[in-house]
Design a binder for this molecule. Structure first.
Ligand code: CA
Length: 507
């Protein structure tokens, strides 16, 4: 079977994480040496900050919102202008950046809260690799990936989502304590609940001066406007300002530990905003996120335009810490960019969608290059249930339709297309960054369309994507639809796991 050699079907199960590790500075696991000051491991700490449900709506990305701390972090390091997650949902996004595998490869295709899980508990990941190489591993906030036993944390505080934003001041205090008390270099992931739904205007006095609907326009990729969309956008910005305030507090407290200079700081959002054409879609509003990396060992005040993905974070950290990178990781090291390279890391970038909760299955694959984006809808012909999950549960329905009536025809068509997608959508992102005008059937773009389809197919083959067989996408869609929006076990491990499929076909 041709897929097998290119995937980790054999490699994943036999690979012991410690086998891929070499340490630049002696045996980090020997306690005698760790305690010996002359042998102190001087590799940099990794502080990985993840916020919830926000795209690049920061001042430094040009959004009309005040985020001075993240803006400063960006000028102290590298701002990745075109950064993406693999799927616009918390669990799939998080499992991907922790494993450097696409959701269809690791199995985390929907929310952990709805019992979606990785195929295997021995899936190699960033946490375990760093721990095995001598790092102390810590976490503040939610993991949201199953099984939790796949991740070996030495320390884990505030384990829930904390969507009520209780005691956000504690995050920085705990982080500084963890960093200070560690003799080893640390890897610490800090997860902030903003800007997740509910969009709380002000908590514990933050932001100090909340915006109101009168102060803002709706996000441009909504394409429609109304008073309630303005208010929602204002409160989303309020979340972003609060996030920025607490990240500023975190960075300040890390500075007080004396470890700041020897710490690689990585900041991302886990996927786009939970409003229209964002979260739970492969549109730019869903998959494009802010990414900033700041480190004393890297360049400063640098905006990188190339296409990057959060699956690049794991290989980047391995490159920085001198740990050998396993070949099957799907991401690319961004270390050359951190050193100032302007060269493209990749020509084509891939995103996908499966399901979030059982209200909204709709298998999708998307590929973009510098200028164009192709979306493939393998279950085209069926209505997308995610449309009325968003319009109805997240956005007031009558208000939405009133606003839509006043919108230009292309915008009205785009929403209709979202409700019942065609097999292919093609957008010219240079001239149409908000994806209104589908060019898939435009003869003038036939060549571009074919090239993108071929590229997508090549990637599906290389990553052992079960949806290369359309009927598997349909099977997943129909099985989840049959759940009637209830939380029941979806048995996709039995027919989507590439290990299972491709090993079986091998025999
Ligand atoms: Ca999220």
């Amino acid at each position: 079977m041709e897929y097998k050699s290119s995937f980790f079907a054999g490699a994943l199960m036999t690979l012991v994480p410690s086998a891929m590790v070499f340490c630049a500075s002696g045996n980090q696991n020997n306690p005698e040496q760790v305690n010996d000051k002359t042998e102190k491991d001087s590799r940099p700490n990794i502080l990985f900050i993840v916020s919830e449900d926000n795209g690049p709506e920061l001042g430094c990305y040009g959004a009309p919102v005040k985020t001075p701390n993240l803006d400063k972090l960006a000028t102290d390091g590298i701002l990745f202008k075109n950064a993406y997650v693999t799927q616009a949902g918390s669990s799939p996004s998080r499992a991907s950046f922790l494993t450097s595998l696409y959701p269809h490869q690791n199995g985390q295709i929907g929310l952990a809260t709805w019992d979606y899980s990785m195929y295997q508990d021995n899936t190699p990941n960033m946490v375990n690799t760093l721990k095995e190489s001598g790092y102390r591993t810590g976490m503040i906030g939610k993991l949201h990936v199953l099984p939790e036993s796949a991740f070996n944390y030495d320390w884990w505080e505030t384990q829930g989502s904390n969507f009520q934003r209780k005691n956000l001041a504690r995050y920085a205090v705990d982080a500084a304590k963890f960093m200070k008390e560690s003799d080893q270099p640390v890897y610490l992931q800090v997860n902030y609940p903003d800007a997740h739904d509910p969009f709380l205007p002000q908590i514990d006095g933050q932001p100090a001066k909340p915006l109101t609907g009168a102060d803002v326009d709706p996000l441009p990729y909504f394409g429609i406007t109304s008073d309630s969309l303005k208010q929602k956008t204002a409160d989303y910005y309020n979340c972003m300002m609060r996030l920025d305030y607490w990240i500023g507090d975190l960075l300040e407290k890390v500075k007080e530990t004396g470890e700041y200079e020897n710490t690689v700081i990585i900041y991302i959002g886990d996927h786009g905003a939970d409003m229209l054409r964002g979260k739970r879609t492969v549109y730019e509003g869903g998959v494009r996120i802010p990414m900033i990396i700041s480190w004393s060992g890297g360049v400063k005040n640098f905006i990188y335009e190339g296409l990057v993905s959060t699956i690049d974070i794991y290989p980047t950290i391995l490159a920085i810490t001198g740990i050998k990178t396993p070949e099957y990781l799907q991401g690319k090291s961004l270390l050359p960019v951190i050193n100032g390279s302007t060269e493209p890391v990749r020509k084509f970038l891939f995103t996908e969608y499966h399901v979030h909760s059982n209200h909204n299955p709709y298998p999708q694959r998307a590929v973009r290059n510098k200028n164009f984006k192709l979306i493939y809808n393998p279950v085209a012909g069926y209505e997308n249930p995610g449309f009325f999950y968003t319009v109805g549960k997240k956005i007031n329905k009558p208000d939405f339709y009133r606003a839509l009536e006043a919108a230009p025809p292309l915008v009205r068509e785009a929403y209709k297309r979202m409700q019942k997608p065609p097999e292919y959508e093609l957008y010219d992102l240079r001239n149409d960054p908000y994806e209104w005008n589908n060019l898939a059937d435009d003869p003038e773009y036939a060549k571009v369309c074919e090239k993108m389809k071929a590229q997508l197919k090549e990637w599906q083959v290389a990553t052992s994507d079960p949806f290369i067989d359309k009927s598997i996408a349909e099977k997943l869609f129909l099985e989840i639809e049959a759940s009637d929006e209830k939380k029941i076990e979806i048995k996709y491990h039995n027919y989507m796991d590439p290990h299972l499929i491709f090993e079986k076909e091998d025999k």
